[in-house]
Write a protein that binds this ligand. Structure first.
Ligand code: ADE
Length: 224
C-alpha cells in the first residue's frame, strides 16, 4: 500500500509516522508513506499556499493551484483508490472506515489548514472527506496521522501478533475485555482467577462476557 500525504506543515507528521509499529511496517515494506510539502508546488516568488477568501470573511484559504499540481502529478504516476480530505465537516471516522481504507492500494490524504481549502478542490478532486471527531484542530495533519496509524496497524503483518488486531475494541462492535499481566497479585489486587485457570474455553467465555458487559455499560450505542 502507498499513502501520499499532502501538507503545508510536513514537520507535524514526522514523529507519528516514524516510530513503533508504523516505522516497522515501513521498514518491512508493507506500506510506503510519502509526505509532500504543498509549498514545493507553488510557482510564485513568495511560495504562497494561501490567500484571502472571496467575500471578505476573516481567515485564509488554501489556494487551488499547488494542490491541483501535486494531485495531478501523483495521478500521472499511479492510480489512486481514494483522495481523502481531512476536515471537521467530513464523515466521522470509525473502525469500519479504517478497515476499508486498509484494503486499498494507493491513497492520497490532503491535510486542510487555515480556514480550509478552495472549495473547487473538494468538488473536483476529493473522493472522501473524513473528520476524526466533532472538534476543531489547527490543521488536518494530526487527523492524517490518526488515519494513517489506524490503517497501517491492521495491514496483515504490521502487528507481530496477528490475532491482536482482530481482538481490538470496535472490530466486532464490542469494546475489548480487560487485560492483565504479571504479577498475579499486586498490593492486594488480584487478577481474576479465571485468567490463571489454564481453561481456555472458560477464559474465552469470560472475555466475551466482559466485552459485552463493558460495551453495554460504556458504549451502549454500539449494541444498537
Ligand atoms: N481538521 C481540523 N479539525 C479536524 C477534525 N476534527 N477532523 C479532521 N480534520 C480536521
Amino acid at each position: 500500500m502507498r499513502i501520499d500525504i499532502l501538507t503545508v506543515v510536513p514537520e507535524l507528521l514526522e514523529s507519528p509516522l516514524n516510530e513503533s509499529i508504523l516505522k516497522r511496517a515501513r521498514q518491512k515494506g508493507l506500506v510506503e508513506i510519502v509526505v509532500h510539502n504543498i509549498r514545493d508546488y507553488t510557482t510564485d516568488k513568495h511560495r504562497q499556499v494561501d490567500d484571502y477568501p472571496f467575500g471578505g470573511e476573516a481567515g485564509m484559504v488554501m489556494k487551488i493551484e499547488p494542490i491541483f499540481q501535486i494531485i495531478e502529478k501523483l495521478k500521472s504516476e499511479r492510480e489512486y483508490d481514494e483522495v481523502i480530505y481531512t476536515s471537521p465537516d467530513g464523515k466521522t471516522y470509525n473502525q469500519q472506515e479504517a478497515n476499508y481504507l486498509s484494503t486499498l492500494g494507493n491513497i492520497i490524504i490532503l491535510c486542510g489548514h487555515y480556514k480550509g481549502i478552495d472549495h473547487r478542490i473538494r468538488e473536483h478532486l476529493i473522493t472522501r472527506e473524513i473528520s476524526i471527531g466533532d472538534y476543531v484542530l489547527t490543521g488536518g495533519e494530526l487527523a492524517a496521522a490518526v488515519l494513517t496509524d489506524s490503517i497501517v496497524r491492521i495491514i496483515p503483518g504490521a502487528i507481530g501478533d496477528e490475532a491482536s488486531a482482530l481482538t481490538d475494541s470496535f472490530q466486532d462492535n464490542l469494546l475489548a475485555p480487560p487485560v492483565y499481566t504479571r504479577p498475579a497479585e499486586f498490593n492486594g489486587w488480584r487478577v481474576p482467577d479465571v485468567l490463571l485457570s489454564g481453561n481456555f474455553a472458560e477464559i474465552a467465555r469470560w472475555q466475551e462476557e466482559q466485552a459485552y458487559d463493558r460495551t453495554q455499560r460504556l458504549r451502549p450505542d454500539l449494541l444498537e
